[in-house]
Design a protein around this ligand. Sequence first.
Ligand code: FES
Length: 103
Amino acid sequence: MRFYSLDKLINLHDGYRKVFKIDQYQLILLQLDGERYLLESTCPHRGHPISESDITGTTLRCALHGYQFDIASGQLIAATAQPCRGLNTYPLIYQDTEIGVML
Ligand code: FES
């Protein structure tokens, strides 16, 4: 595993949403109410982009079929049809002035 820098801390702000592709990983970095989250960037149900989701509190609602996930744990909260697995989440790593991930 090694550190991959995603962005400079100075660029992050509430409402920040940015997608990254690193090797086979497709990730989205979000900041909401001062909290930062790193998740897989496609819905585990049918692969819709998470970047288009509505987020209320810590509940993310996929724009395609409305499945809901907790953005902190990735856990599936509600499904409108057959349940799917939760979203993969990744711990954020802070290194000097940068934020990143170990992959
Ligand atoms: S693709 Fe996200 S809920 Fe179906």
